[in-house]
Design a protein around this ligand. Structure first.
Ligand SMILES: [Zn+2]
Length: 218
């Protein structure tokens, strides 16, 4: 089982990937993490990547592919893989096909966690935490039982993260769409893309992803 997991910030992609890793013994190949690990481990491709990064240039598709190949070669044939952050371009999508094919693997699913932008903004902009104990609250969905007093520790000080605002959410959504726009049509054409409602409860999302992976979803 080899899948690509896509989702904008706030869709819970990290949590869902962790669950797949824990429950299905899949391995998450996150390009950024792998690159750092390969550089640190001093693998042949890692050394190339290091030289490129030190020169200030962007790491090429070839190097990224090389690192993914190195990682795939360390996995057992039946270990499932979740690709995260790769591919980003049509050329990388081609490269991924080659990397998988030469190892007897195929790409089974592209799962996209969908979010409703307006609902996501409401969810993120309304959240705040107790400044003392860190308990999370929300203007609409989870108010303290006594207004202005933390349920847990009784503190009356609360704080909001400065980047929890509508503009930041819109910018991140736009970045996400720009990053996925080159590859989604490729996989759509191959009938591989399945969408899951990322706004649902975490467990509901997990079940929906499981249904896709187990082939019981439409
Ligand atoms: Zn508190």
């Amino acid at each position: 089982m080899n899948i690509i997991l896509l989702g904008p910030p706030g869709a819970g992609k990290g949590t869902q990937a962790q669950r797949l890793v824990a429950e299905r013994a899949m391995v998450q190949l996150s390009t950024g993490d792998m690159l750092r690990a390969a550089v640190k481990a001093g693998t042949p491709v890692g050394l190339q990547a290091k030289a490129v990064m030190e020169s200030g240039a962007l790491v090429s598709d070839e190097i990224v592919s090389g690192i993914i190949g190195e990682m795939l070669d360390t996995l057992g044939a039946d270990t499932g893989v979740i690709f995260d952050g790769f591919p980003r371009t049509a050329a990388q999508a081609d490269a991924l096909d080659g990397l998988l094919a030469t190892r007897g693997r195929t790409l089974d699913h592209v799962v996209e966690l969908e979010v409703d932008e307006a609902a996501l903004i409401e969810r993120i902009v309304g959240r705040y935490t107790c400044a003392k104990c860190g308990e999370g609250y929300h203007d609409r969905f989870k108010l303290p039982k006594v207004a202005g007093v933390c349920d847990v520790c009784g503190s009356t000080e609360f704080k909001r993260r400065p980047d929890d605002n509508a503009d930041t959410v819109r910018t991140r959504m736009a970045e996400y769409r720009a990053k996925t726009a080159p590859i989604l049509p490729i996989y759509e054409a191959r009938g591989l893309v399945q969408r899951v409602d990322g706004m649902a409860d975490i467990d509901v999302v997990s079940r929906a992803i499981a249904a896709v992976l187990d082939g019981v979803a439409g």
